[in-house]
Structure formats: structure tokens, C-alpha cells
Design a protein around this ligand. Sequence first.
Ligand SMILES: O=P(O)(O)OC[C@H]1O[C@H](O)[C@H](O)[C@@H](O)[C@@H]1O
Length: 427
Amino acid sequence: MDVDIGNALASAASPGVPRSYLDRLDARVADAHERIERGMADGEFGYAALNLPERVDTGAIRDAVAPLDGAEAVLTVGIGGSALGAATLTDALDTEGEAYYLDNVDPAQVSDLLDDLDLESTAVNVVSRSGTTAETLANFLVVRDAYEARDVDWTERTLVTTGESGNLRDLADEHDLPVLPVPEGVPGRFSALSTVGLAPAAILGVDVETVVEGARRERESLAGSLYETPAYAYGAIAYALDARGANANVAMPYHESLETYAEWYAQLHAESLGKDGLGQTPVRALGATDQHSQLQLYRAGPNDKLVTFVRARDGPDVPIPEADLDGLDYLADSTLGGLRDAEFEATEASLADVGLPNVRVTIDRVDAASVGGLLYGMEAAVVLAGELYDVETFTQPAVEWGKEVARDLLRGADALDEKETLRVTRE
Ligand SMILES: O=P(O)(O)OC[C@H]1O[C@H](O)[C@H](O)[C@@H](O)[C@@H]1O
């Protein structure tokens, strides 16, 4: 990936980052890079994720998914990092068959989806790093029950990806289900390029080797200067802008197929950097759609955000048919891609015009190699930012707190504290 951070400099934006500060920050980037390389070399928790392009065994993934060959759909049951990386890949890339995700415990959604699916031809992919996540286990039990109710053998259609122990591992052992291991030292939100993210894509015919190859090329670009490393340039500018008041980080891809990427990035960013009272609030947006909703606020609201555009240089296109209509002459000889590009450039210019910092991330195409590179690059950006913020990038204690409390409530514990109430009701 390439990044253009020009519109985030103090010469173009307010808040903006002075070049002289970036030059000084680059010395810290060099130190952070050394720390990251050391963590990678030692396989330290979290840093090990950046080794995945060299370490992930796509052959083992292919072997594990082989029994599911012929499935027309894959239903992944997982949540957070155990669903978002896979969903980003299967939404971005062409698949042979449909990918569905149960990453919520909404009863209406779960039953509607199960009612609609042809379970006979649907593979089930259950993913939980810890093997204990309540939502995932509950959904899996409901899915299993639905297969049994329709007399379809779920054990022949299920693949599990989990750790060495936990409830999910026990279930897999009990029913002799094929199990892919979660990689050592890789937190869920950094697992897109591992068994966790790649297995559903592999079942659906995605060229996962090329995804990994794209990530490997991005890995090769990691060097001790933000001026040489697109991923670090992005991580450094986001960090420096946050310190200057850009407290929101808007991911705005200009490709419908990258809409889920913005969700993936939101988790990666928020869980990694939202610590010790620090961190930008991630916002998901989609170009050109959100030009017709959120853009009003971006241009005319407070200058408290960084907008990150993600777009491909090249891709499929559709000509806009001629129409003999007054006022539509500007569409003559144009294409949908041309219109989208013009809208992107107009949006970028409109934000630059009011000094709202924005960054342009460019990939070659929305294809396996480029998406692999994008995911890897953004992971490296977040790891670098974590070093600059000096936070514990790879933990998520605040999320764990909520998980514990939910479990206690289900076990019958009383509400923790008296909740303050001020109810306003209709007469
Ligand atoms: O893969 P699991 O152990 O089921 O965890 C799923 C998700 O659970 C929690 O919410 C964590 O904060 C996430 O980082 C994780 O991705």
C-alpha cells in the first residue's frame, strides 16, 4: 500500500502535523521499529502476528478445509477478531459461494438466517481463540440444534479453529471434529492472516497463498523510518494528529467490497490503542455513500478527526449509458468508476479546503495480494502507534471486564451497582 499524508501536515490542515515534528518523531519511529523487530524475532505475544506472512501454513489450512470441499456456503460462528478478518477477506474478494457470519446473538437474525440457509450444502466454521466466548458457544449450540432438527449431520460439515483448551476444544474432541490451531502469540484482532481469517476464504476458493504473499511484500517494507514505510507513516501521523486534537479516526474506503474492512480496522484500532485515557475513536464510513450523509459533519463540524480514504488504482468498470436528458451532459462518456473517482477527489479536496486532516491510502486493486498487504500494513501501523503511545497494544482488559460481568449476570449474580435512573415516559 502507499500512503499520502500531505493533507495531514500543518501546511495543509488544522490540526496538522508540522514537518519538523515529523522529522523528530522519526527518531522515535526508528526506536519503535527496533522494538517491533525484536518482538517479532522473539515471537513475543502480539508482535508475533507480524510474522504471519512467513509462518502461516496455508497447506495445513487447505488440508483442513478439504473435507468441506463442495460446500456452497460457509457459516462462520465467531465474534470480534474471530470473525472480522475472515469477513473482510470474503467480502473483499471473489468467492465461490456465499460467506455468512454469526457474530452477534440477535435471536431474530440467528433464526432468520438458519431458516433461510440450505444446511445440507452449508459448512460451519466455528472460531474462538479462547474457546470460551459466550456468544460464539451459544450460537454454535443453536446452529448445531438447527442441523439436528433438519436431520443434517453437522459433524461432517463443521470445522473448528481454536486453542489447546477451552469449551470449544472440548466440544471438538467430544465429536471428533477437525480442528485448526489458532497461532501462538497472535491476538484475535491481529489474526486475519492466520488460520482464523484464511480458513473460510480457503473453503470458498480464495487464493489464500496470494493474500499471504501480498502481506509478505508489505512486511518487507518495514524499515526504521516513517518516510520509507507506508504503514509506519500512517501509524505515526494518526498518533501525532490525535495528540493535536484529531480524536476520531474515520476509515472511509471507496469500494463497497471494503466496507467490512472499516469494521475490521475499527476493532484493531480501538482494542489496541484505546488505553490509559488515550486513543482515537474509530468511525466507519463508506465512499461514495457517506458523502451523502456524514460528509456534512466532516466538512462543517469540528476539526477533530482524521479521515482515511482507502482506494484502489485500478479495477472493474461499468460505462454509464447515454441518455438524452438535459443537465446530464457531464455524465456523457463517463463510467461508474470515473464518477466514483471524481467523487473521491472532490471529497478529499473539500476536506482539504477546510483544513480537516485526511490521508489517502492507495492499493493496486481490490484483489488477494493488495488486500493481504492492506491488512498487514494496517496491523503494522497500529503496532507502531501503540509503541508511540506507549500503551499495551495487545491486551483488551476493558472488553474482558464486560465479558466477565455478562457471565456473572447469566449465573444469577445481582446487578453490580445500583444504576442511576431518570425515566421519562409518555403520559
Ligand atoms: O476468539 P475469541 O476468544 O472467541 O474472542 C473473540 C473476541 O473476544 C473479545 O471480545 C476480545 O476482546 C476480542 O479481541 C476477541 O477477538
